[in-house]
Write a protein that binds this ligand. Structure first.
Ligand code: PMP
Length: 420
């Protein structure tokens, strides 16, 4: 394996630390070192590691059926929970990753509308499919005007794919509207992560979301929410919190209870027109050897059942405590840093600046090259003092954490901010 593992997100030089076991909010590495887990497999372990009810559901399922070339009741159970919680999801299908969930939502929008173009936000991450890799992290030399960003193919992508991707500046209502209107006849869909992690959980504003809803509807195009991450924002996802109904939603991470998962769903008329095989050949075939595998379905059902409203309230309380503690640590240390986020998602960037768009992040990193160095030193200090976070400064919580754990993280963070 080049680099010694299979996921760049978890690589760091000279080599990443290898995990051996975990329990609740703690992980032990191959050297026997214990650490608090403040990233929870980039959000997917919303109950931490090895919750007894999730483990019991997996063990029970493992004794009956691992995977099978038939549908199971387990997939119906999980689909019911997800559809009940997400106001805009009437019909659902499962995949194996968030990347696939996004890819199928996009393909469904193209098949339903008969159009090719997809609008996405500059700098927003939606997995590693080619369409959404366009302008995921574009080079400033190629990104064009801020008011009309160029479509820059991702590494390994082609200009041909980029031609069908339209790039919008985040939270820029006026220019976003103009761009969407100029492509209206060809527009299949606009896709939005309402709380992009790569922008430090900088939320889409209500006005921007309203503009996307309005312009996609006016164009006869679809609005897709990528809730792979943001479903953990609250009991009814980001769409519930924003009070906006997207036409399609892509899902992943927390709905699998810690096992590999993705899903996509939305309006009954769209999902049925594209995928229902009963009237004859569907517009699009959707296969996948491990789609809705019973192990993941059982784990996901157990996890989502545990994730009731009180669990969300508790998570939000822990998130508020963390943000307050980190802001205090920033103040006491006098370090240049900004804390953002909502509910169980928090980011700490080593800059005192508003970073509303991808371009602001890039410009700030160029102006303050020490910010990147500080972020790395902060991550390593935490790692060497018993706390694992996302390397770019992300803290993503689980219900396994306690207030005492959060206070410990804030103490270690203060030590880090003083030391780096
Ligand atoms: N969309 C968003 C918003 C994500 O954060 C991610 C993963 N971090 C994905 C899609 C891709 O999901 P997966 O890693 O399961 O393919």
């Amino acid at each position: 394996m080049p680099g010694g593992n299979s996921r760049h997100t978890v690589y760091f030089p000279p080599y990443p630390i290898y995990a051996v076991r975990a329990q609740g909010a703690r992980i032990w590495d191959a050297d026997g070192v214990e650490r608090l887990d403040l990233i929870n497999n980039y959000s997917s372990l919303i109950h931490g590691h090895n919750h007894p009810r999730i483990v019991a559901a997996i063990m029970d399922q493992a004794q009956r059926l691992l995977s099978v070339s038939m549908p199971t009741e387990q997939e119906v159970a999980l689909a019911e929970i997800v559809c009940e919680r997400l106001p805009a999801v009437d019909r659902l299908r499962f995949t194996n990753s968030g990347t696939e969930g996004v890819m199928l939502a996009i393909k469904a929008a193209r098949a339903f509308t008969g159009r090719a173009k997809i609008a996405k936000i500059e700098g927003a991450y939606h997995g590693c499919d080619e369409t959404v890799s366009v302008s995921n992290a574009p080079d400033p030399g190629r990104w064009g005007e801020a008011c009309a960003p160029a479509s820059v193919p991702g590494p390994g992508g082609t200009p041909h794919i980029a031609e069908d991707v339209i790039i919008l500046p985040m939270n820029d209502v006026e220019n976003g509207r103009k761009i969407l209107q100029s492509h209206a006849p060809d527009l299949a869909a606009a896709i939005l992560d309402p709380l992009p992690s790569h922008l430090g959980f900088q939320a889409a504003t209500a006005e921007f979301v309203a503009m996307l809803r309005e312009e996609t509807a006016r164009a006869g195009a679809l609005l897709i929410f990528d809730e792979v991450y943001s479903f953990r924002l609250g009991f009814n996802g980001a769409q519930g919190a924003l009070g906006v109904n997207p036409d399609l939603t892509a899902l992943g991470k927390i709905i699998g209870g810690g096992l590999p998962i993705g899903a996509f769903g939305g309006r009954a008329d769209i999902m049925e027109a594209v995928f229902d095989p009963r009237p004859g050949r569907p517009k699009m075939t959707h296969g996948g050897t491990f789609n809705a595998n019973p192990m993941t379905m059982a784990a996901g059902t157990a996890a989502m059942t545990l994730l009731d409203r009180p669990a969300f309230d508790r998570l939000t309380g822990l998130g508020d405590r963390l943000r307050k503690g980190l802001r205090e640590a920033v103040k006491i240390s006098g370090a240049p840093a900004t804390v953002r986020g909502a509910t169980s998602m928090t980011s700490l960037f080593h800059l005192e600046a508003e970073l509303p768009t991808y371009r602001h992040v890039v410009a700030a990193m160029e102006a303050y090259p020490q910010a990147r160095k500080r972020a790395e030193a902060f991550f390593r200090h935490l790692l060497n003092h018993g706390v694992i976070i996302g390397a770019s400064g992300l803290f993503v919580l689980s219900t396994a954490l306690t207030e005492a754990d959060i206070d410990q993280v804030c103490d270690v963070s203060l030590g880090a901010l003083r030391a780096i």
